[in-house]
Design a protein around this ligand. Structure first.
Ligand code: NAD
Length: 392
């Protein structure tokens, strides 16, 4: 770096972020933001002051609060990361934008498409940078699939298929706020992980899911709720006296048939009770010339299928990727890039746009979050009515 570059960089103010929520994904956001180097995590909000302080001390942040509204009045904070249970996304995002903050909100963007639509409108009215955290599109091989498809590798797409399967809610004693409709919303498994699958398929293919037919099921009609709280993916069991039974009205499993425009067909499943499967996000795309298969548990590998020649298992290698895909691969071949890195890549785009509003938006926005909620609502309605439905 020459002196001129150095002095102009030194003059640049670091952007400041506040992270709301100190659970599983809040911690990942703090780490991801810091990896950018251009943004400071300036404040933390949690559900009570002691919890906020404890987490802030652990990660070395000076300001903390048990009331997120307090942080919104701080003019030094540029952006808010919303990493709280789903029912808080709408009020927090709304309040943050009303206070003039840019917002990066975890998925699902809100509990309903009506709420999400309001957020889209507010962001537009206030001219604020907005992002829904569909980070999983940022695995290097997912970006590679998109670029290879655009370069003609598959020919015309016939069909897509796959699954997002987990087992962390397999037992009736497995419990988390997501089980409760009040905090989670009407769809659990599809909204939580199915939306990541749909976002990825739409991102790679450029196609849109236009209609669907869904069959959801709640295998555990009753679950035994621990008397204390349990963190995401905790996987712990308690003595029987520590539970009470409650009825469940959000789905454990879903199977969905898809149409993506007039020609392309698809099928996918979601499950949080898929015994032995931890985070199996699997996408297959079949075209007239070739096909792709990608498994989120082996993210550096991309299977490329052929009819007239040998199939290929391509290992991530930035030197063999197009310029457009390579920018999402920070490490050389042989060094894996995983889940944490997808957040960093998404945050990089978000903050680049905040720093320079003339930079084009390359990340999933509130519009994308709204779109996923429209798919979720079609899934719920289709499963109830046992009918094919158009996605509005
Ligand atoms: N993009 C991804 O890959 C990904 C992964 C996991 C979770 N998520 C999303 O992130 C969100 C949080 O999920 P999680 O798994 O981290 O949950 P979690 O239960 O681990 O953490 C939620 C946190 O929110 C805090 N909180 C609750 N009320 C609050 C309030 N009023 N003010 C401030 N903080 C409050 C809780 O104390 C807790 O620390 C969900 O919307 C989920 O869908 C996204």
């Amino acid at each position: 770096m020459n002196n001129r570059t150095h002095s102009s960089t030194a003059k640049k103010r670091k952007l400041k972020a506040a992270v709301f929520g100190t659970g599983f994904v809040g911690r990942i956001h703090v780490e991801g933001v810091r990896r950018l180097g251009t943004v400071e995590v300036a404040a933390i909000a949690a559900s009570d002051p002691a919890k906020a302080r404890q987490f802030a001390d652990e990660v070395g942040v000076s300001r903390s609060s048990g009331d997120y509204r307090e942080l919104l009045s701080d003019p030094a904070i540029d952006a808010i990361h919303i990493c709280t249970p789903n029912h808080l996304h709408f009020p927090m995002a709304k309040a943050a934008m009303e206070a003039g903050k840019h917002v990066l909100c975890e998925k699902p963007l809100a509990l309903t498409s009506v709420q999400a639509q309001k957020l889209v409108r507010l962001a537009r009215e206030r001219n604020l940078v907005n992002c829904t955290c569909h980070n999983l599109r940022y695995y290097p091989q997912v970006q590679n699939m998109r670029c290879l498809y655009e370069a003609g590798e598959l020919g015309e797409i016939h069909s897509v298929q796959g699954t997002y399967s987990q087992d962390w809610l397999l037992y009736d004693t497995d419990y988390n706020w997501r089980i409760e409709r009040r905090m989670n919303g009407a769809s659990r498994t599809f909204a939580d992980i199915g939306t990541h699958w749909c976002d990825m398929v739409e991102h790679v293919t450029g196609l849109r899911i236009t209609s669907l037919c869904a069959d959801l099921n709640t295998f555990h009609q009753t679950r035994r709720k621990p008397k204390g709280s349990v963190e995401t993916f905790a996987g712990s069991t308690l003595p029987p006296a520590e539970y009470h039974a409650i009825p469940i009205d959000t789905e454990d499993f879903g199977a969905v048939l898809l149409r993506l425009g007039d020609k392309v067909r698809g099928a996918m499943t979601v499950s949080q009770i898929a015994t032995g499967r931890k985070n199996r996000l699997f996408v297959e795309i079949f075209g007239t010339k070739g096909s792709f298969a990608w498994d989120g548990e082996k993210p550096d590998e991309l299977w490329i299928g052929r009819r007239g020649s040998m199939n290929l298992l391509a290992v991530k290698d930035p030197t063999l990727m197009s310029d457009e895909a390579r920018i999402y691969a920070d490490l050389p071949a042989g060094l894996s890039e995983g889940y944490d890195d997808t957040f960093k890549q998404l945050f990089r785009g978000f903050y680049r746009t905040i720093a320079d509003r003339s930079v084009s938006v390359v990340f999933p926005t509130f519009e994308d979050g709204l779109r996923q909620l429209r798919i979720v609502e079609a899934v719920l309605e289709s499963s109830d009515s046992r009918k094919w439905l158009a996605v509005k």
